[in-house]
Structures are given as structure tokens and as C-alpha cells.
Design a protein around this ligand. Structure first.
Ligand SMILES: [Zn+2]
Ligand SMILES: [Zn+2]
Length: 261
């Protein structure tokens, strides 16, 4: 340690820098020990409790039929999410993936694990598995955000992390520019089981940052089922939503401009 690092550490002890919550950006809130302020942790958890979500894919559907998973056949996959992929919730993922703000995986993973506990799925889960990123993208980015989230979720739930259970084949391309049907075709068969004996006969949890069409998680679930997994759950930070959700939560502190002050 250089002397100015020591000075920095000493200064932090005598004059701790003020905590700014990375979700609501308010200063001086009491810091929840999981990285967001107490108020944000409570509000985020009540959001997913209060809004009607699809029991199969986690879409925030607001009492409407789910447009997302009606064509998921022959799979045991059930996905739960914490928040709609909107506003500040979306921004956190953007900052993680494109600005390398890896610290954020700590509060996100914690809340994802809380959601799993709340729905009483925790006891059934025997292993946690990240969605593998294509190796060229992982090299370009330097990390796989799903793996970072899966580590936090596994730690919080006290379950083993199987980080190499699945691998991604070379032929899958970026999903973002494809329409819904194309996404399912592009990604079907993109994942391959590596360590079959790790998952055979087990109930497993796959982890990703977001679920949009569900094509990626579905392809992972099918690969895991082929390896002999008996049930596949999924957990993501954010999911798609019906616009009614946004009308319902508009006016909430998370979307107000004053938080930026
Ligand atoms: Zn906050
Ligand atoms: Zn659904």
C-alpha cells in the first residue's frame, strides 16, 4: 500500500464519505447492508409483491394475458423477476453491462435471492447456474454479468454455484436486433450441457440479468432438461411489462426527477 492509500483509508475512518444510494441517488440515507438504502430495498420488494406477474415467465402483466410465454411448450421452466425493465431499474443494468459498474451485482443479486426466498422456492433449489455469455463477448466486456449475479444469488441462498454446467455454442448471435420469432430460432440449441453429472436429477436455478422474450432462458432450460435436470427455475433482475404497470407506479419516488438533485 502506498502512503496516499493509507491516508485515504485513515480519512475514511475519521471522515466517512457520505453514502449515496445507487438506486434513488439520495444522500445520507441509512445504508442497508446490502448496497441500497433501506427505503429502496423495501420499496423494490413490495413492487414485485403488489403487481400481478406471470407465474411462468415473470412478465409484469397487470391482470392481462401474458404475451410472452404462451408458446413455451414442454418445459419445466418458471421464471421470477424483481422489477420491470424500466427507468432506473433499466439504467442499473446498462451501467453494469456497458460501464462496468460491477458493484451493483451485490444489491441486485441480494434482491433476486430475497424474491426466491419469498416465493418459497429456495428449499427446492439444489444448484445455481449462470447463463453463459458467448466467449467473444465475455472477452470484449471482460466479465459475464450473469455469472456475477449468480455468484451473489448462490451466496445469499447458500447453494452451490455450477458455473461451467452449460456452455454457449459459437453459432448464436446477438439477440438484440432480431424480432421475436427470430430470437427463438436463433438461440434454440445455442447452449450445450458440459457437466451432465452435476445436474442430473436436480432442481436448478438459472440466473440472468433480464428476461425479454424468454428465448435465452428457455434454450438454457431445454439444455438442462436434456442433461437430466428435473425442474428448472429462473431468476432475473428485470422483466418485460405491460404499460399499465408504468401508469400504476408513475409518481413513485423512483421515477421522480428530484432524486437526481
Ligand atoms: Zn435508495
Ligand atoms: Zn408469461
Amino acid at each position: 500500500m502506498k502512503w496516499h492509500d493509507w491516508m485515504g483509508a485513515l480519512l475514511e475512518i475519521f471522515f466517512p464519505s457520505e453514502f449515496i444510494c445507487p438506486l434513488c441517488w439520495r444522500k445520507g440515507q441509512s445504508r442497508d447492508n446490502k448496497g441500497f438504502c433501506d427505503s429502496c430495498v423495501n420499496k423494490v420488494m413490495s413492487l414485485s409483491r403488489e403487481i400481478d406477474t406471470c407465474p411462468r415467465c415473470g412478465y409484469f402483466k397487470a391482470d392481462q394475458a401474458c404475451p410472452n410465454c404462451y408458446n413455451w411448450e414442454n418445459t419445466s421452466l418458471e421464471v421470477v423477476s424483481v422489477v420491470p425493465y424500466y427507468g432506473m431499474f433499466k439504467e442499473l443494468i446498462y451501467n453494469l453491462k456497458y460501464n462496468g459498474k460491477k458493484d451493483i451485482t451485490y444489491p441486485l443479486g441480494y434482491l433476486m435471492a430475497q424474491r426466491i426466498e419469498e416465493l418459497e422456492i429456495k428449499e427446492k433449489i439444489e444448484a445455481v447456474i449462470p447463463v453463459p455469455l458467448h466467449f467473444s463477448r465475455e472477452n470484449a466486456r471482460g466479465f459475464n454479468q450473469s455469472l456475477l449475479l449468480a455468484k451473489e444469488v448462490a451466496t445469499e441462498l447458500g447453494k452451490p454455484l455450477l458455473k461451467d454446467a452449460l456452455k454457449r455454442n459459437n453459432f448464436s448471435y446477438s439477440q438484440t436486433k432480431l424480432r421475436k420469432k427470430g430470437r427463438f430460432e436463433n438461440i434454440a440449441g445455442a447452449f450445450e450441457g458440459v457437466n451432465k453429472q452435476e445436474v442430473v436429477g436436480k432442481t436448478v436455478l438459472i440466473v440472468d440479468d433480464i428476461i425479454t422474450t424468454g428465448a435465452t432462458l428457455l434454450a438454457c432450460a431445454k439444455a438442462l432438461e436434456q442433461m437430466g435436470a428435473i425442474k428448472v427455475y429462473g431468476v432475473t433482475w428485470a422483466a418485460g411489462y405491460n404499460i399499465k404497470i408504468i401508469n400504476k407506479i408513475a409518481g413513485n419516488w423512483l421515477y421522480s426527477e428530484e432524486r437526481r438533485g
